[in-house]
Design a binder for this molecule. Structure first.
Ligand code: ADP
Length: 663
């Protein structure tokens, strides 16, 4: 009985796997077997051979066979099939037992497929993939089973037979492929950069991420599955589809840093948008191109910023030209000075566009060289200069005056990277300044003579009235003399300035004790101030070489300013100290202070921080003269602390000179 089953069953499969030849054609081809017995022998042998061939073929293909007797609900199967269900023994098993080997999640679908295949009304072909859990070895396998039911003359299904194949490896590969495709999709969909995958030559949108939808200005449901031109009709006539198809046809990637696309976002009229983007071909397992992936980043803002910068540069250029300003920068890595044509014309540099710093300094009028070098050094000392650079110098021949202004760029570590700035011709301004200085000088001289006479007569009159005059007369002449003294100081100031401008201020340099001088100035000023208490903290203890009277003038100026600009306060603190090779003096007050933006300016000629208001008397020359004297004595002057309304501290430093004290 079993043999018969197998025979029929193999015959069915034999017809599927081998070329089918009808028996009668065999007898035709072999007329040499004339009688029935010979024919029977022949068929038996042929059948046995076919049987063996089929076995071999099935074994080679690792295909198992099964046969379900629908009357007894018993399954007959071959060794391979047994193995696929994880059985070691039993050629026959009840169908329920077979069902038990099926993975619980797949049981229903197998049952349904068997029902449909064996239902005479449906007679569905049986082709199903499901998992088994080995009955004896507990191993999970993926099987693909194909089969067909056989019906008797009463249209009842009697047998159900077919093959089973282990597709675990293919299934795992398929799952892996699905997982990697999922990862690929995930990677695209979660990328911050715009990405879209097109398939086919008409560029159907397969995957698109939110970043790309944002760029396109479209909704996902309106583009998925559509061709590029269906999704973005506004691209008709623009080069993108042709570029994509070129990549699709050739496999050669395409990319660009900057291109404009006219895109209609959210249904609005198409507008230009700038992108950098690339197209790359996508290949299937056989190495055939199936699509193109497009990556894009919108750079409209960058382009707009570049355009704005270009416009700003053009405007700046216009302003520079209108103001006859040259521009330059000094690169600190190479110590090379780069300059434009206007700077070259103003300074007289060679027309090559850049020279070394040393070369550049050789274009400075010899007497101004030290001043320029010092201004550069000062600018690099961010602590005292704030990175600002400013100097007035003459051209090499001394014929023209230039004002050079700049600013140092520091890196995050505080190292200077670049000094950049402008240069302007101030020869005319200097000429006018000279006329003004000449005028002030002449006028001051002319005024000084009558003042000296008035001062002398005033003092004589005061002495005379001291003995014979009334108290009203005495007080009137005293006030007059005080004002004459003030007038004399103002004129002296003006004369000092004009002499300084002309380099004609005389300095009588000697060695002197710094604290002694400070003490005497402080005492004198304390005598005439009944509003403030000048506290002294003198710890210099070093000698200075310079013009004692001029340094006295500086100290006096700082203390009188401190008194003048702190009308509501009582204390002034005068500190001296030695730091390194320098002696420093600081005068601290608790008065009106100076706002930060005005700090640098107070050392300029005629500058008054109060501006137009002119609440305090003065010409704005004291600090200018002081700074010139200090500079002449190789020192520095600066404002240390100042805050509007809280007072300020003015300091200067001079080199200590120990030579004389050793003698
Ligand atoms: P003047 O005092 O004659 O105006 P200075 O050259 O001495 O000229 O000072 C310049 C400017 O600096 C002053 O007009 C004032 O605005 C400001 N200034 C100087 N010293 C002080 C100070 N101690 N406190 C506040 N502001 C000051």
């Amino acid at each position: 009985m079993l043999k018969l089953f197998y025979f029929l069953h193999y015959t069915v499969i034999l017809l599927l796997y081998m070329e089918f030849k009808p028996f009668d054609s065999i007898s035709e081809k072999h007329p040499s077997y004339p009688d029935k017995q010979q024919q029977n022998e022949y068929f038996t042998r042929i059948s046995a051979e076919s049987d063996q061939r089929l076995r071999l073929a099935l074994e080679a293909a690792e295909v198992g066979t099964w046969d379900l007797d629908l009357v007894s609900y018993t399954v007959y199967w071959d060794a391979k099939c047994k193995q696929l269900y994880g059985y070691h023994q039993h050629d026959f098993v009840p169908f329920e037992q077979v069902l038990n080997c099926i993975h619980p999640s797949d049981k229903d679908s197998v049952h349904k497929a068997v029902k449909e295949a064996t239902n005479p009304e449906i007679r569905a072909p049986y082709n199903i993939i499901f998992r088994t859990i080995g009955a004896d070895d507990g191993q999970l396998r993926w099987l693909q089973c194909k089969g067909r039911a056989m019906f008797n003359e009463r249209n009842e299904a009697v047998r159900f037979t077919g093959i089973a194949q282990d597709i675990t490896i293919q299934q795992q590969q398929k799952l892996q492929l699905e997982a990697s495709e999922l990862r690929y999709r995930d990677l695209i969909e979660n990328s911050a950069v715009g990405k879209v995958v097109f398939t086919g030559r008409d560029m159907k949108v397969d995957i698109i991420n939110d970043a790309m939808l944002e760029i396109w200005g479209k909704e996902r449901e309106n583009v998925i599955g559509k061709t590029l031109l269906e999704a973005m009709p506004e691209l008709e006539g623009q080069p993108f589809l042709a570029q994509l198809q070129q990549v699709y046809d050739t496999g050669i990637p395409y990319s660009t840093d900057k291109a404009v696309a006219y895109i209609s976002k959210k249904g609005a009229a198409p507008e230009p948008h700038w992108f950098n983007y690339n197209y790359r071909a996508l290949y299937d397992a056989e190495g055939k191109i199936y699509g193109v992936i497009n990556t894009a980043t919108e750079i409209s803002e960058v382009i707009e910023a570049l355009h704005a910068e270009k416009r700003a540069n053009e405007e700046l250029q216009f302003i520079l030209e209108a103001g006859s300003l040259g521009t330059w920068y000094l690169d600190m890595a190479s110590y090379q000075l780069f300059y434009d044509a206007k700077t070259q014309a103003l300074v007289g540099y060679p027309p090559v566009g850049s020279i070394s710093l040393d070369q550049a300094l050789s274009y400075v009028y010899e007497p101004d060289k030290e001043k320029v070098s010092q201004a550069i050094r000062h600018a690099f000392d961010a602590g005292t200069s704030g990175g600002n650079f400013e100097v007035e110098q003459r051209t090499k021949s001394g014929a023209a005056w230039l004002r050079i202004k700049g600013r140092v760029k520091f890196d995050p570590a505080g190292n200077p990277v670049q000094l950049a700035g402008i240069v302007m011709d101030i020869s005319m301004h200097k000429q006018l300044q000279k006329h003004k200085d000449d005028f002030i000088s002449t006028a001051s001289h002319e005024i000084k003579t009558p003042i000296t006479t008035i001062k002398t007569y005033g003092q004589l009159l005061e002495a005379h009235l001291e003995e014979s005059g009334s108290s009203i007369e005495k007080s009137m002449v005293k006030k007059m003399n005080e004002q004459v003294m003030r007038l004399n100081e103002l004129v002296n100031g003006l004369l000092d300035v004009t002499k300084m401008q002309a380099g004609k201020l005389n300095y009588n340099e000697t060695y002197f004790d710094f604290d002694e001088l400070t003490n005497s100035v402080t005492e004198e000023l304390q005598l005439i101030s009944d509003t403030h208490r000048i506290q002294k903290r003198l710890k210099a203890g070093c000698q200075v070489y310079g013009d004692k009277n001029r340094i006295r003038q500086v100290i006096s100026n700082l203390i009188t300013n401190a008194i003048k600009y702190s009308p509501g306060a009582k204390d002034i603190i005068v500190n001296t100290a030695v730091k390194g090779d320098e002696v420093t003096l600081c005068v601290e007050d608790f008065g009106i202070g100076i706002s930060r933006d005005k700090q640098d300016k107070v050392f300029e000629q005629f500058y008054q921080a109060g501006g137009e208001a002119h609440t305090f008397p003065g010409l704005g020359l004291g600090l200018y003269i002081s700074s010139q004297i200090i500079r002449h004595t190789d020192g520095r002057i600066w404002i240390e602390n100042t805050e509007e309304g809280k007072g300020s501290t003015f300091c200067f430093a001079l080199p200590c000179d120990y030579r004389n004290s050793e003698n």
